[in-house]
Design a protein around this ligand. Structure first.
Ligand SMILES: [Zn+2]
Length: 303
């Protein structure tokens, strides 16, 4: 994603014996440590995952396998952008139950660490910028209590978010030219092809920083943000979910906003390792993933 402008105004499963005894599955609660050790590590073990690379494709296959294992119906949406194959991945749950809610995250990583002072041509590993949002969505796929959902829910894993403003010579695919890539290519395509009109779209991006500060984002739907931040406050996350506007960010929520859909991005843009080679697993904490995951779980299960 990119900054539009900055203003400085700044599982464990809960074992409920009675439920287990009568044969129902015990409700689960989002486990951030599990999300980190399972999904952040699995993604970063593939290496950098820029769009069109074998590691990107392997990550997509991993997401598909995890969704299937968790009992979600899966679909892919494939197309090409300047000759590079792009693949969005969708997990669907509770189809037809109620208005559609989409949670999204990008799974590609930036092809070049252009904010890195010493190694700007290296790729970004994307432990936070990429893997953290995906890890939250995959852990949610496992823990969401489907019996409590009153909405149809899609988890959408967008490709090709994070090469914006890089020119094609910096990327892996020919032909080499100086034309810059756009941001959120996967999300823009997805939004353009969408037949349904979702009630809400919430994107999680760069939310795993151990020093977590999530502010309202200026372009996002205000009422939707207020609703999510109120849940965060009830869960005791007042230090990390700060109900003040700070950054304005173009991200995967943007194409939905352009289509009149209520959308928001959860993003912690106060991350010193953004688009550097230092965006590594040690910067991401399970506790941070857990806060975001539990806010989204509480929101979806009580809507
Ligand atoms: Zn990025």
């Amino acid at each position: 994603m990119r900054i539009l402008r900055a203003i400085f105004i700044l599982c464990f499963s809960l074992t409920i014996i009675s439920l287990a005894a009568c044969g129902s599955a015990a409700p689960r609660i989002f486990d951030g440590a599990r999300a980190h050790r399972t999904h952040v590590i699995a993604q970063t073990n593939f290496g950098a995952r820029p769009t069109g690379s074998p590691a990107n494709h392997a990550t997509g296959d991993y997401i598909l396998a995890q969704l299937t294992e968790a009992g979600w119906k899966t679909e892919t949406q494939e197309f090409a952008y300047r000759g590079v194959p792009i693949r969005n991945i969708v997990g669907k749950q509770s189809e037809g139950r109620g208005p559609l809610i989409i949670l999204g995250a990008h799974y590609d990583t930036r092809a070049r660490a252009d904010q890195d002072k010493t190694d700007p041509n290296a790729p970004v590993l994307g432990a936070n910028d990429g893997a953290s949002g995906v890890a939250v969505l995959l852990e949610l796929a496992r823990v969401l209590d489907r019996a409590r959902l009153k909405n149809e829910v899609w988890l959408v894993f967008f490709d090709a978010e994070d090469n914006g403003d890089l020119n094609a010579c910096a990327l892996i695919a020919p032909p080499c030219d100086e034309t810059r890539w756009q941001w959120s290519i996967g999300a823009a395509y997805f939004a353009a092809k969408l037949n349904a009109k979702p009630e809400f779209v919430v994107i999680a991006d760069m939310i795993g920083d151990a020093e977590q500060n999530i502010y309202y984002e200026q372009t996002s739907d205000k009422a939707l943000q207020e609703e999510l931040w109120k849940i965060a406050a009830r869960l005791g996350y007042t230090r990390e979910f700060i109900p003040e506007f700070k950054w304005a960010i173009e991200d995967d929520h943007t194409p939905f906003l352009f289509r009149g859909i209520r959308a928001a991005v959860l993003i912690d843009f106060d991350y010193p390792y953004w688009h550097t080679t230092q965006d590594t697993v040690d910067k991401v904490s399970g506790a941070s993933l857990e806060r975001v995951g539990r806010v989204l779980q509480t929101w979806l299960e009580n809507k």
